[in-house]
Structures are given as C-alpha cells and as structure tokens.
Design a binder for this molecule. Structure first.
Ligand code: HEM
Length: 521
C-alpha cells in the first residue's frame, strides 16, 4: 500500500485555504455599483450566488420576456455579471436615436475574445473607433452596398435554381423534404459564393470545413459564456477548453489565409476589378492600396469574413424558415401571396428579385414574421459614458441588453401585438388616404419600432442582402409549390429551439407539390 506523505495533503490544505475566499465571494450581498449615489433601475427578486441566472431559460428570449412584469428597464445580476435589460419600444428608440453615439459600443464577448482573433479585430465587437468607422463605410458603400448586391445577383439566382430543381425532383417522387437543411444549404452557398467564391455545402471540402469550424465555435462560445458570468472561475474554465481554443482560431487562420492567397494569385493575372469580383477581392484591393484611409490588417480581414459568415447565414436561414412556417400554417395568407405574385409576374416566368418592390403584401408578410419571430431576439450595446436611460443611471461600460422580442410585442407600440397581421405594414387608416402627414407619422412609428436588425449607426449592414435572399426564395417557393407540413395535423410546430438565436426547434419537414414549373416554359 502506498504511504501517505505530507505532499498528499497539499491539495487539501490549498482547498481549505481557498474555501473561505470562495464562500465570501459567492455569498456576499448582491452588489450594485456604488460609485456616488447611483439611481440604478429596479431589479427582479434575486437568489444568492446566481442572482437572476435562474430566470434565463435555455431559450434566450423567453428568459428575458418573463422579466417584463418587473419593469421596462431592469438591473439584472447574472451571477457575477450585471446587465441592464431594456424591454420597451420607447427606451429602444432612446438608445438608437437620442443616445445613438453613446451606445455605439458592444460588450467584449467570449466569441470574439477567445474563440476568434480577439474582439479588437472583429467588426461586430470592435469599439466605435477608426477601424469600425472605416469598415462600416466600406460595408455600406461597397461590400454589402446596393451595387455589389446587384452584381452578385447571378450567384443567388444560380443557387436558387439549384434548390428549385431539387424541390422539383422531390415533388415528382412525392418525397419528404427537410426544408430546414435545404434552406441552410441555399443561404450558406449563396453567402459563401458572394463573400469568397466558394460553396460551403457539397463537394468542396474547404468550404465544408468552414461550416464545421463555425459550428464548433458557436458551441464553444456558449460554454464560455457561462464562464464569463462566473467571473473568478473564468480563467479556470477557459483553461479547461484550452485545446479547442488553440485549434479553432488556427483552423480559421489556415483556411482564410489559403483563400486570401488564392484571390491574390488570381488578381495578379485578372486584377481585382473583374465583373464577377466577390467581397474578398474588394477588401483585398483596399488592403493592398497605398492610399486607403485606414490600414487594415490581415487578421482584421479574416475576422471580417467570419463576422459576415457567422452573423449572416444562420440568421437568414432562420428568418426564411419562420416565414415559410407562418405561410404553411396560414393557407389564406399563402394564397394571397401567390395571387399577388401571379398578378405582378404572370404565369410564364419565375419571380425575380427585381419584382420584389412590387410585391407589397409579400414584403408585409416578411416584416410581420420578423416582428414576431426576430432571428436575433436579444443583442447588446454598451454606453461609452455614464448616462440616464428612462430616468435611471446607466454606468459607463455596463452591458445593456436589448430584448428585441419583447420590444416588438410592446402593446404600447403595436395594436394586438401577439397577432400575425401583415396588413399593419400596408394599411392606411380608412378615409385618411390624402392625409400625407398622418401616413408619414404611421410609417415613421412603424420603422422606429421595427428593430429586428437593430438601429442607429451599429444597425445590421447585411439587411439588404438578407432581404434579397429572403424575398426571392420565399416568393419562388410560394409561386412554384404547395407545401404540406409533416407536423401533427399538417401544421408546422412553432416551438423555438434552445439558444441565443431564434429558430424552429424541430426541422421543418414537408412534401412539395408542383404548382408551376419555371423550367418548363
Ligand atoms: C435575418 C437576418 C439577420 C438579422 C435578423 C440580423 C440582425 C442583426 C442585429 C440585431 C444586429 C445588431 C444591430 C445593432 O446593434 O443595432 C446585427 C449586426 C450585424 N449584422 Fe446582422 N442580421 C442578419 C443578417 C446579416 C447578414 C446577411 C450579414 C452579412 C452578410 C450581417 C452582418 C452583420 C454585422 C457585420 C453586424 C455588426 C454591425 C456593427 O456592429 O456595426 N447580418 N445583425
């Protein structure tokens, strides 16, 4: 039998020494910042140690929604991490309009800080400074601007055709389609080709590796988010995942370096300004330019593409699926969308992106879906300076969580807020057709309370791209097929899945029946 020496007791002695410190830390009274005499927002009743962590359900938006009964602005302690939750439309307007500049910062996230290349190099997480301003201008004018979206139309159309051919095959055989998987492939492929001329799903191994890396990073980031709320143990938890934390950034780095090199090689022969240039060509041209207003680094370039890929594909997929789920569950709305398409487009050709401005009801259906089922149901902002919000003090640097899901169902901003009424985005009040001021006020109120893409200067720059993908794919699916859900009673199960983005919990499976074959005219 092994002899027990003093050395064996060292870990126990160490733990005994540590215990009082840990207990003191955990059981101290929940502390609100005490600098000066702060008038912080009210808090919901809290528990020792975890504060309000127990209130958060695994579906992020539900957790925050349940807080609404305690007030429209709250000071909430998630274990050691205090946040302010905003859940009224009028306070959101204050953040996005009145105090937009002060609220143009974000929390440093575990995703940017440790899973990727550091929050500083991420466009999404970067502080409001020269890098962000430069990239924002470039994103809006060139990378994700109207001209580039128009230029990349061919790519989206090819991917949509590929998708429709597959649906045709399925409908001929009467087979079940996993629409969730197929739409994910469609958005992934369209986005990846527009960004860097590579398809994610399918035969391309590199691109498939990118998808897997993104999946792995999201999983790791959600585990690390827990580490962040348990402050003093953060580094221990990070240490526990150290192997993945080395592998994931290295994987991204190798992948993007290879794609960048390939683009640079191609540019030596054909230049960056080709008609089929992608976002990587545009950014590389700026990177190599001597006269650029801001010198971006290679790491920033790589992180920017990751931001776009991670921020744009899952959200767009979820958005399209929520629209389809609502249409399948509401045959009268589905038929009205189809009638509109047929009256605008006729019955001889496939609906095009250029038809969308004339499809007002379709646009209203998409908006109403995004109002009720925002793919990003919560996001954060951080004030650069201490300020007042709703009459309460918000200390500088504190995370302010905007509960978009609750805000877009705020009864003070929306009539019958929980009901699906697309007409609210179209209707002019009866007998008031000529009152332009009233029309303008209604439109203004609708716009400022409609925030699935956020607001102010840090608003989502991918809105136009998402809009093109969503409207054209939904319109084509409605124009070409009838969809029978495989869910109970022929209805799509609208339960949301666990996580911080809002998507359907169950895959949307259905059987398509051909209504119009666009390839047979
Ligand atoms: C249905 C689809 C989408 C939704 C619901 C969505 C939603 C959002 C929201 C709520 C924000 C935070 C805005 C704020 O702080 O005010 C955001 C930011 C952002 N989104 Fe999107 N997004 C979508 C698609 C896309 C796409 C397609 C891209 C690009 C390909 C994209 C790229 C970004 C980026 C880069 C930011 C950070 C902007 C900044 O911090 O300045 N998003 N998005």
């Amino acid at each position: 039998m092994a002899t027990i020496t003093f050395l064996h007791y060292i870990p126990i002695l160490f733990l005994l020494w540590l215990l009082p410190i840990v207990l003191h830390y955990l059981f101290r009274k929940p502390s609100k910042p005490t600098t000066g005499r702060l008038n912080l927002p009210p808090s919901p009743p809290e528990l020792p140690i975890i504060g309000s962590l127990h209130r958060l359900s695994t579906v992020a938006y539900i957790g925050f929604k349940n807080l609404k009964k305690y007030g429209s602005i709250l000071y909430v302690r998630l274990a050691t991490y205090p946040v302010i939750v905003v859940n009224s439309a009028s306070l959101a307007v204050e953040v996005f309009k009145t105090q937009d500049l002060n609220f143009s910062w974000r929390t440093r996230s575990p995703f940017g800080d440790v899973v990727l290349f550091g929050s500083e190099s991420s466009f999404f997480n970067s502080p409001y400074g020269d890098y962000w301003k430069f990239m924002k201008k470039l994103s809006v004018t060139e990378l994700l601007g109207a001209a580039q979206i128009k230029r990349s139309y061919k790519v989206r159309r090819e991917e949509l055709d590929r998708f429709l051919h597959k649906m045709l095959e399925k409908s001929e055989k009467g087979e079940v389609v996993d629409l969730s998987g197929e739409i994910l492939t469609l958005t992934n492929n369209s986005t990846c080709r527009m960004l860097m001329s590579t398809r994610v799903s399918g035969e391309d191994n590199e691109a498939e590796r990118c998808r897997v890396l993104v999946n792995d990073s999201f999983q790791l980031a959600s585990k690390l988010a827990i580490a962040y709320v348990f402050g003093p143990f953060k580094n221990c938890i990070i240490w526990f995942f150290r192997k993945q934390l080395e592998e994931i950034p290295r994987g991204y780095d190798e992948l993007f370096e290879k794609l960048l090199r390939e683009h640079e090689e191609r540019a030596k022969v054909h230049g960056y300004d080709r008609e089929d240039k992608d976002l990587m060509d545009i950014l590389l041209k700026v990177y190599h330019s001597e006269d650029a207003e801001f010198k971006i680094t290679r790491t920033q370039m790589k992180t920017y593409f990751l931001d776009l890929f991670t921020g744009g594909t899952g959200t767009t997929t979820d958005g399209i699926l929520w629209v389809m789920a609502n249409l399948i569950n509401r045959p009268s709305v589905f038929n009205k969308v189809r009638e509109e398409i047929e009256s605008v487009v006729g019955k001889n050709r496939l609906v095009e992106e250029s038809d969308v401005p004339n499809l007002h009801y379709l646009q209203a259906v998409v908006k109403e879906t995004f109002r009720l089922y925002p793919p990003v149901p919560v996001f954060d902002r951080v004030p650069h300076q201490s300020c007042k919000l709703g009459g309460y003090d918000v200390p500088k640097g504190m995370t302010v969580v905007l509960d978009v899901h609750t805000i877009m169902r705020d009864p003070e901003a929306w009539d019958n807020p929980d009901e699906f009424i697309p007409e609210r985005f179209m209707d002019i009040p009866p007998n008031k057709e000529h009152d332009n001021n009233l029309k303008q006020t209604i439109a203004q109120n609708l716009n400022q309370n409609f925030i699935p893409f956020g607001g102010g200067r840090r608003m989502c720059p991918g809105q136009n791209l998402t809009s093109s993908l969503t409207h054209s794919s939904v319109a084509a699916m409605v124009q070409c097929f009838d969809w029978k859900s495989c869910g109970g009673g022929g209805k799509v199960d609208m339960q949301p899945r666990t996580g911080i983005t809002l998507g359907l919990a169950q895959p949307l499976t259905c059987v398509p029946t051909l209504h119009f074959n666009p390839f047979d005219v």
